[in-house]
Design a protein around this ligand. Structure first.
Ligand code: OSB
Ligand code: MG
Length: 380
């Protein structure tokens, strides 16, 4: 049981160690929206909204998420008693379309809060079973193949279990060829196009079949489920969907239409943990493997992803790189690390999200903040 009295929104900025380029845009510095949820009885927890500065991955941005949380979402939760965080998804879904990342930040925060109050590790509350989860790296688009090869080799040496290469038209086949030649046939390599192609590119995309990639992530547009099914019929490489899967129903559609064979679950993209677990379960029943995607999260968002990735059908390595891959200094302690076998340890002896959040540092880098109180909102 919990009753949220106060939600503090904050924007912080963290500079990435290296710019991250994908087909739809480039990120140099993350503008990060953090939430601090405080229960009536004083318990509190942090959560992270994964929306980015620009609407190039999904329609949301950190500014639309801030608006949605303040105006429409937080008022539905503040000052109300809930027996469990599992109730939140439906409360936020009713007659509010989209805004999944805004909903997720709030919904996942409620799971974090419930775990804190019930003195359970978040992964246990979610039904996670793994003590360690395998990690992959997502490598941004580079100017020349040798620069990508260098990064891929370093990632393999660091222990990463899966190497994901971002691709876009004209920076694809030759980059993949160079990486596969350098790494040899046994390393798990995949590519992610972030919706950069159309079905007219099918014969070109078929060239990727020769590199024994473990999957091709989101080659076509988010809404192109029919064309994705057509492309999958023409290719041997399994298609994995990311941007297309925004709800449990879209996952069912993918399975029914055969638009893909694997799903990248990002809890932010699907509106939180209830939807993530729902997608995980229908995929398990359909024999579809899933893995946990990343959105260049800070250590707060990472805590939620690691907990989710400990569920049993997360059978492929997730984009769960350690803190030091992104930041000079993370906002949590301990920072997230990966061992030499490419595994991240799931916190199972700490309650709640499993890491301490450095509130003082966050305060010192906060660009703007806003406090939402149960008393000051109109819970109509
Ligand atoms: O498509 O998975 C993606 C980052 C921003 C937007 C989209 C994507 C990504 C990543 C990042 O691949 C993976 C990570 O967090 O390390
Ligand atoms: Mg992706």
């Amino acid at each position: 049981m919990f009753c949220i009295d106060r939600i503090t929104l904050r924007e912080i900025r963290l500079e990435l160690k290296e710019p991250f380029r994908i087909s739809s845009g480039i990120e140099l510095e993350r503008r990060i929206l953090l939430l601090e949820l405080t229960d009536r009885d004083g318990a509190s927890t942090w959560s992270e909204c994964v929306a980015q500065a620009l609407p190039n991955y999904t329609p949301e941005t950190i500014d639309t998420a801030w608006l949605a949380i303040r105006e429409w979402l937080a008022p539905r939760v503040l000052g109300r008693k809930f027996t469990s965080a599992a109730e939140i998804h439906a409360v936020l879904a009713e007659n509010i379309r989209g805004h999944n990342m805004a909903k997720a930040a709030l919904e996942m925060g409620c799971w974090g809060l419930e775990a804190t109050i019930r003195e359970l590790p978040l992964s246990v509350l979610l039904g996670g079973t793994r003590e360690r989860v395998p990690t992959g790296i997502s490598l941004g688009i580079q100017k020349e193949p040798p620069l990508l090869v260098q990064r891929a080799e370093a990632a393999v040496a660091a222990g990463y279990r899966k190497i994901k290469l971002k691709i876009q038209p004209r920076q694809d086949v030759e980059f993949v060829r160079a990486v596969r030649a350098a790494l040899g046939p046994d390393i798990e390599v995949m590519v992610d196009a972030n919706a950069a192609y159309t079905i007219a590119d099918a014969s070109h995309l078929r060239l990727l079949d020769e590199f024994s990639l473990i999957m091709l992530e989101q080659p076509l547009g988010a809404d192109d489920l029919i064309q994705l099914a057509e492309l999958q019929r023409q290719m041997t490489t399994p298609i994995c969907l990311d941007e297309s899967i925004t709800t449990i129903d879209r996952a069912r559609d993918m399975i029914a239409l055969r638009s893909g064979q694997i799903i990248n679950i990002k809890p932010g993209r699907v509106g939180g943990f209830a939807a993530s677990i729902g997608i995980h379960d229908i995929c398990r029943d359909a024999g579809i493997p899933v893995w946990c995607g990343g959105m260049l999260e800070s250590g707060v968002g990472r805590a939620y992803n690691v907990a989710l990735a400990s569920l049993p059908n997360f059978s492929l390595p997730g984009d769960l790189s350690p803190s030091a891959r992104y930041w000079a200094q993370d906002i949590v302690s301990p920072e997230w690390t990966m061992d030499a076998e490419g595994m991240v340890t799931v916190p199972r002896s700490e309650n709640g999200i499993g890491v301490r959040v450095d509130a003082e540092r966050i305060e010192s880098i906060t660009r703007r903040s806003e406090v939402l109180n149960a008393a000051t909102v109109d819970a109509a």
